[in-house]
Design a protein. Structure first.
Length: 821
């Protein structure tokens, strides 16, 4: 028997292995196996098992099987095949999304060191600035090191010839060491009684004389009525040593054993469970979707519901219906740790059936969550982007909440998938309806509804007849002339805040920039303090008193003089959340102010606790980045202030207007969600801008109509499909050369595709790498599925690989990019 195996490597083919007879029972389609690959040992996925093979070369045997049960079936495989084809990665790279991090078995090449000998060699070296010297001194401190760590330590990739020389000298040897899974089921020691309680009682008097501690332990175990107790907890509670317990075990009173424990992520945030009578508009939506769940029919719905229209409750009702059909449920939300409210509502309704999946969980918690889903114990998954790859059995409904959110796009790793778009394909493969929900649908989804690809459902009214908040635009320039600006605040906004503080109502203030000042500028020479790794300005953080790069994380002390001319005339520009918080505290010294941004919510329970306090009225004002615009549902919020609408408006991106419109409507939607009306003050220098005018009129349809015309005129999505090709390298010349060569390889497709010339990326240097971009547009009319586009890229890539002398430069494809910076 033979197995076809794919690996999470950039090879677009499978490899044939022999199945040794002792593994015959265990190797099936859909399990992971450990197999030799070149000089290494890797974890791969079995996609097929066959009786014969045409492969002539020597076939190696599989070493080990990792899964008892398959983790994917034929239907799942179709989805991963689609992912790999559409996003141009290998099938193995796509399947890797399916498994929890840290569970693979892999060999690592290591250097085993004869330390004494290396020290001798080191002493013999005359020159101290050679690569050999650096390598020797690094090796002299240890017994073993991986190639990767050594490369990092000496700051050079090309260390192989040096190592080969050392191997010949007999100072080191290269070994292959297999590393097992880093994440494993967690096991704890438990103890239970192993004798009859009566019998134990009769021995107590004698025991009590010699070892009263042991009696104490027994009494607690008797109290537990036959239940086992975790050993560590028992010893801690009784302040006894392990020896006492061991002695009881030896005498046969108790039995100590190992038991697997379930690691569950718990959110601090909790709400009271509420039962609702559904509104007419909620009922109508459910009547439409319910039969599709019951009959397993694929259909994509765009649920356009204004903020506070009760979308979450619709999701909960849909989940109930899917469960009745014995199906499972997937609810995708933008980065979930930001929305403890929605998870809390699902826990309240479905208890243990719910599990969450997101990046703030520990690897162990994610692993246990994954296994509960795989075994069918957790049938409702509420999770961020990557939860789309949870091993759900028989999905009945898929919801993508806040479908417009850019966070659904994976930007950093391969494949660069969009979870919203992939969820639609997932639904079509599994015959299940997909609901995309939003108060501000993306232009693409709204267009898909217009042309009938999706079905549009609406919730036009807020719950409880709450009205949408009254929005006012405050022109900063005009106010400044009237002397009605106090630094970053207009008098209008300050007066409103004061009014709400007096009434004990909640206030949310948005400024979509973190830090204190976003630019440090020299008045004498005009120099802006830039990051040395990236072509972006450094941001001043007052709390840590440092300047930081928000792209690579570089942190430096605050410069006393200009780094270009030495002048002390340094000015700080641009307002971040820290400054807003600081100034608010100055104007309202009595108010309780908290900040939500990625700097402040580093601790696990910080956000939950903060939201609890805000809900109770212990916090008066929440200041934050776009994080405060997402999903928060607090009836006491009656005022939302936006310090500056410009933070997104002038981004050099064709979606800048859309992002601005969405952000402002979403944050406005946090106000006035109950009987007390809400109000929104937006400060801006671009009052007349159409996106802001549409926000002012609360006119989504008007915004969409104008935006879709622009998109058509400019040939942007949804009328074209975009691909961004990026080359990056530590050498500017090589990155540029690769981009030019790749562009040449694309030349023969110019008839069908619109291909830009290579340009420097908007962020030209990032984390020390120079970047060049080529933007390709493919018309939906002539290439509806994008097949031609993908073929062009793959063929250009293989030509580039054959001909270019820059073929070792890193090259990325981003299909349907969310940002072209
Ligand atoms: P959205 O997600 O559309 O912004 P939510 O789902 O947060 O809105 O709902 C707004 C508020 O209305 C929530 O506090 C929710 O508990 C409440 N709610 C939802 N449905 C009903 C209903 N049928 N009757 C009364 N209150 C409801
Ligand atoms: Zn200067
Ligand atoms: Zn940087």
């Amino acid at each position: 028997m033979f197995a076809e195996v794919v690996f999470a490597l950039p090879f677009r083919k499978s490899f044939t292995y022999e199945i040794p007879s002792e593994l015959k029972k265990f190797v099936k389609e859909g399990v992971r196996v450990v197999a030799p690959f070149g000089k290494r040992t890797l974890t791969g996925f079995v996609i097929q098992v066959t009786k014969t093979t045409n492969v002539k070369e020597s076939i190696k045997p599989i070493r080990e099987v990792l899964d008892d049960d398959p983790i994917f079936n034929k239907t799942n495989l179709k989805f991963y095949e689609w992912l790999s084809e559409y996003y141009l990665c290998s099938l193995g790279e796509a399947l890797k999304l399916l498994v929890p991090h840290g569970t693979e078995v892999e060999s690592k090449r290591k250097i085993a060191i004869d330390k004494n000998y290396i020290v001798q060699l080191l002493q013999r070296e005359q020159k101290k600035n050679t690569l050999r010297y650096k390598i020797l001194s690094e090796l002299s401190t240890r017994e073993q090191i991986t190639f990767a760590s050594l490369q990092k330590a000496v700051g050079k990739k090309n260390i192989y010839s040096q190592i080969r020389a050392l191997v010949e000298e007999g100072a080191v040897s290269v070994i292959e060491e297999i590393e097992g899974a880093k994440v494993k089921p967690k096991k704890l020691k438990y103890v239970r009684l192993s004798k009859d309680v009566k019998e134990i009682y009769s021995s107590l008097p004698e025991l009590d004389r010699k070892s009263p501690k042991q009696v104490k332990l027994l009494l607690i175990l008797i109290e537990a009525k036959g239940k086992s107790l975790p050993v560590a907890e028992l010893l801690h509670k009784t302040e006894t040593s392990k020896a006492a317990l061991d002695s009881l075990a030896k005498k046969g009173f108790v039995e100590i054993f190992e038991k697997e424990v379930d690691r569950r992520y718990k959110e601090h945030y909790e709400e009271q469970h509420q039962e609702f009578i559904l509104t007419e508009q909620q009922k109508k939506v459910l009547e439409e979707i319910t039969p599709k769940i019951q009959q397993s029919v694929f259909q994509t719905y765009l649920l356009h519901g204004v903020t506070g229209s009760g979308k979450t409750q619709v999701y909960i009702e849909l989940a109930k219906i899917a469960l009745e059909q014995n199906k499972s449920v997937l609810i995708l939300v933008p980065e979930i740790s930001l929305t403890p409210q929605i998870t809390s509502r699902f826990y309240n309704n479905f208890g243990e059936l719910v599990t969450v999946l997101h990046s703030r969980m520990s690897a162990g918690e994610r692993f246990d969550s994954w296994r509960r889903i795989h075994k069918g114990k957790s049938r409702i998954v509420v999770g961020a982007r990557s939860a789309l790859f949870a091993p759900l059995n028989d999905p009945g409904i898929i919801v993508v909440d806040e479908e417009h959110d850019a966070g659904y796009k994976q930007q950093d790793m391969i494949p660069k998938y969009n979870a919203r778009d992939s969820a639609v394909v997932f639904g079509s493969i599994h015959n299940c309806p997909v609901v995309l929900g939003s108060a501000t649908p993306s232009v693409e989804s709204r267009y898909n509804a217009e042309i009938g690809k999706y079905k549009l459902l609406t919730l036009p009214l807020r719950i409880d007849n709450a009205t949408l908040p009254k929005i006012t635009l405050v022109n900063i320039n005009a106010e400044r002339k009237k002397r009605r600006m106090d630094n970053i605040f207009s008098r209008t906004l300050l007066d409103k805040i004061e009014d709400r503080l007096n009434k004990k109502e909640g206030v949310i203030i948005l400024q979509n920039r973190r830090g204190f000042s976003t630019q440090i500028f020299c008045e004498d020479c005009g120099e802006i303090e830039m990051c040395s790794n990236c072509s972006v300005p450094m941001v001043f953080h007052i709390n840590k008193n440092t300047i930081q790069c928000h792209y690579c994380g570089l942190e430096k002390s605050v410069p006393a003089v200009c780094s270009n001319c030495g002048s002390i005339n340094i000015k700080y520009f641009g307002t971040g959340t820290e400054r807003v918080e600081d100034e608010l505290q100055f104007y309202f010294p009595q108010a309780n102010i908290s900040r939500i941004d990625s700097d402040s919510i580093t601790k696990k329970s910080y956000l939950s606790n903060l939201l609890l306090s805000f809900g109770k009225g212990e916090i008066d004002i929440l200041v934050g980045t776009q994080m405060v615009s997402k999903g928060l549902d607090f009836s006491r919020v009656t005022l939302v202030g936006v310090i500056s609408a410009e933070t997104t408006l002038w981004l050099p991106d064709f979606r800048a207007d859309e992002r601005t419109f969405q952000l402002l409507i979403q944050v406005a939607g946090r106000a006035g969600r109950s009987k007390i009306a809400g109000e929104v003050i937006i400060q801006t220098q671009n009052e007349k801008h159409f996106a802001l005018q549409k926000v002012l009129q609360n006119d989504y349809e008007g915004f969409y109509k104008r935006e879709i015309e622009d998109r058509e005129r400019m040939a942007y999505p949804p009328f074209t499909r975009l691909v961004l090709i990026e080359t990056k390298d530590k050498s500017d010349m090589k990155a540029k050369g690769a981009a030019i060569d790749f562009r040449k390889a694309l030349k023969k497709y110019e008839k069908h595709l619109k291909i830009s010339e290579p340009t420097t990326a908007l962020i030209y240097k990032l984390k020390g790498f120079y970047r060049y971009h080529i933007l390709i547009k493919s018309s939906r009319k002539t290439d509806p599925s994008g097949k031609l586009l993908r073929k062009a890229i793959l063929e250009a890539f293989s030509e580039f690989n054959r001909l270019s002398r820059y073929r070792d430069v890193k090259l990325f494809y981003d299909i349907d990019p969310q940002s072209i910076m």
